[in-house]
Design a protein around this ligand. Structure first.
Ligand SMILES: NC(=O)c1ccc[n+]([C@@H]2O[C@H](COP(=O)([O-])OP(=O)(O)OC[C@H]3O[C@@H](n4cnc5c(N)ncnc54)[C@H](O)[C@@H]3O)[C@@H](O)[C@H]2O)c1
Length: 358
């Protein structure tokens, strides 16, 4: 990667677990960044990361406030469990750092709002780690929407469905730590890219229902890749479904599961507009042309794997911090997504009654 100056972004991590490793792998390919410090309560895994990425032991802390004080990083990547996104983000912003916080932005919309306020008050940059909006398939659809080819987008369908994929690591089984289950963990990815592709309309109301029926049973009972999750303490949903209404009249339905009796996993969204519709996977645009119904597909797209998009997300964050290039993933979009997630869960807790988003 070419650098535009000799400047280096001094970046530290709060949370040095699984996804932090992916951040670091990509950052370490860039010559205009330096990984300068870690804060994690798991000292063993932090020590392994420090060795892997050449961070000195005296730059590793169990208390993120101490790390911020001693290291004074330019930027901080927050890779802690969802419930622990708000406090380190606000502390890092107040310490004068720009922040990339992993998805979902927070465990609740109230937390997310405080994070946006802290960014405004401190004048620091706050970016949400949504990598799927960096996907060439998302760009293919978003550009057509921007060019007005869809007309008004009326309806969208979001699907982030795993047949059996309850994480057997971390604290993904715990509502207290994560704020919820598949909806907030994987539904958020497809929801955010559909919302972004629609042009980020303002959500006004949502209704949702959640079901738990497999995750709370003996996790070794059926052969599947991630056997052994903590089924005894699991208190999240297996399947969440819901509907979101937007200020411009558009409607989006959402389906997200860690466990569902379906033929295969699905990871896609579709949009239906007045003049055209589109689908993310496989990518296509469906419209009328020359008196015929036609299906358009991109002849070629840049590489679109998980790591390709993750690299783009990390590069965009560095470019945003160092060179003031626009971010694709502003905090306001994270907040809107969080409001939708909150409303879907709140509605589910009220038996599916629609709740307003203010
Ligand atoms: N963008 C993506 O595709 C993607 C993928 C996976 C996870 N994530 C997100 O990343 C976040 C972390 O997930 P993960 O899979 O890396 O989990 P993980 O359990 O592997 O890592 C979390 C780390 O946070 C540390 N931690 C816990 N409490 C802490 C504290 N008080 N201070 C400092 N560190 C603390 C843990 O010790 C652990 O090392 C979650 O919000 C998750 O949703 C994003």
């Amino acid at each position: 990667m070419t650098s535009k100056s000799q400047k280096k972004l001094r970046i530290a991590f709060i949370g040095a677990g699984g996804i932090a490793g992916t951040h670091m792998n990509h950052l370490s390919k860039m010559n205009d960044i330096e990984i300068v410090g870690f804060a994690d309560v798991d000292t063993d895994s932090m020590a392994r990361r420090a060795e892997q990425f050449g961070v000195e032991a005296d730059a590793c802390f169990t208390d993120w406030k101490q790390m911020l004080r001693k290291i004074k990083p330019d930027a901080v990547s927050i890779c802690t469990p969802n419930k622990l996104h708000m406090n380190p983000t606000i502390d890092a912003l107040k310490a004068g750092a720009d922040v990339l916080v992993e998805k979902p932005m927070a465990a609740t919309a109230a937390d997310a709002k405080k994070m946006v306020n802290a960014a405004t008050q401190t004048g620091r940059k706050l970016v949400i780690g949504f990598q799927y909006r960096h996907s060439p398939k998302t760009a293919f659809l978003r550009r057509s929407v921007d060019e007005g080819r869809f007309g008004n987008v009326l309806y969208g369908r979001v699907q982030a469905l795993r047949r059996r994929g309850i994480p057997n690591w971390g604290v993904f089984y715990s509502k207290a730590a994560q704020g919820g289950g598949p909806l907030i963990d994987i539904g958020v990815h497809v929801l955010e890219m559909a919302h972004y592709t629609m042009g980020a309309p303002r959500p006004v109301a949502a209704s949702g229902t959640t079901f738990t029926y497999l995750g709370n049973r003996d996790s070794d009972a059926v052969e599947c890749p991630w056997k052994g999750w903590n089924w005894k303490e699991l208190d999240i949903e297996d399947l969440a479904i819901g509907q979101i209404r937007f200020e411009n009249g558009a409607v989006l339905t959402v389906e997200s599961s860690f466990a569902a009796h379906i033929e295969k996993n699905l990871w896609t969204f579709e949009l239906m507009g007045e003049d055209a519709g589109g689908r993310w996977e496989p990518p296509g645009i469906f419209t009328d042309q020359g008196g015929h119904m036609v299906n358009l597909e991109p002849h070629w797209l840049p590489p679109d794997g998980f790591q390709d998009n993750f690299f783009r997300k990390m590069r965009n964050f560095v470019d945003h911090c160092l060179y003031d290039e626009p971010t694709l993933s502003p905090a306001e979009h994270g907040l809107a997504v969080q409001q939708m997630l909150d409303a879907l869960y709140n509605s589910a807790a009220k038996g599916g009654k629609e709740v307003a988003i203010r």
